[in-house]
Design a protein around this ligand. Structure first.
Ligand code: SF4
Length: 267
């Protein structure tokens, strides 16, 4: 692990107020610095570089659990948040509780707006997401995207567990990029880790993890939209498996025109 206290990094530490203009300019600098650090040091570096609130949104997947461990161990001043869509697996709630207990933290839950959810189910039915892409996006919009907007309100930096190896479209991501829609820095400290490396880290550190991972589930989201995958299948092939689009995403990491947020430059 790099020693961040020996002054070598001093010249590169940026003070980034929670101001959209300065944050946008800081993205590429942080991105360059991250490339030379390991994930634990990236978190420390970020916390020293950002003066506004940092939020980590977890869905309790393997990467998120590793990140929770690193954040807690480093004592990073960071708010934990999760989106409880109302359709999660019981195993996800179990690992959520185990994580809070292990690290002595509270993970703030964001729920869908009741009125929007009632209207969604009335229009499309309780499992309407199987019927059309529009209905699926509408469901993700109500259950995930709108609550995420509330979870990130006023945030300077958004920590995620995204990895480049998770899908072809995620290979274009950067460690740090400016999200011009949400006006914050999006930070992916585990971007260059492989799934095997994350799994080894979780097991070595005895981090709580979702029991579904032992049953062939690689990427875990809502229960009706997630299934186990066979050995060798792409990591995210168990998500919305009935859809043909190979770049399937729930909308949390997309721009309004459907692209993954990946540019480090303001736009
Ligand atoms: Fe709805 Fe499925 Fe999206 Fe969950 S993953 S919000 S159940 S469409």
């Amino acid at each position: 692990m790099e020693d961040l206290t020996d002054g070598r990094w001093q010249d590169e530490v940026l003070v980034v107020p929670a101001d959209e203009t300065v944050s946008a300019a800081a993205g590429p600098s942080l991105n360059d610095a991250f490339a030379r650090l390991d994930p634990a040091d990236r978190l420390v570096f970020l916390s020293r570089s950002i003066s506004g609130p940092i939020v980590f949104t977890t869905s309790f997947g393997l990467e998120d659990q590793a990140l929770t461990h690193l954040i807690a161990e480093a004592g990073i001043d960071c708010r934990f948040a999760t989106l409880d869509t109302g359709r999660l697996f019981p195993e996800t709630h179990t690992v959520w509780a185990a994580t809070e207990q292990r690290y002595g933290i509270r993970i703030q839950a964001f729920y869908p707006r009741a009125g929007a959810l009632e209207a969604l189910v009335h229009q499309h039915g309780i499992n309407g997401f199987y019927q059309s892409l529009d209905a699926r996006h509408a469901c993700c919009g109500v259950r995930k995207v709108e609550p995420l907007d509330r979870a990130l309100a006023g945030t300077a930096a958004w920590l995620t567990g995204l990895r480049a190896g998770q899908s072809g479209s995620r290979q274009a991501l950067e460690f740090v990029s400016y999200d011009p829609v949400r006006r914050l820095l999006k930070v992916n400290p585990l971007l260059d880790w492989s799934r095997d490396r994350v799994a080894a880290f979780v097991h070595q550190a005895n981090v709580p993890y979702n029991a579904l991972h032992d049953k062939g589930f690689l990427s875990i989201g809502c229960a009706p939209c997630t299934r186990a995958v066979a050995p060798g299948e792409p990591e995210r092939s168990g998500r919305w498996w009935w859809e043909q689009d190979q770049t399937r995403e729930c909308g949390l990491h997309l721009t309004p025109d459907g692209r993954l947020v990946r540019t480090g430059k303001p736009s």
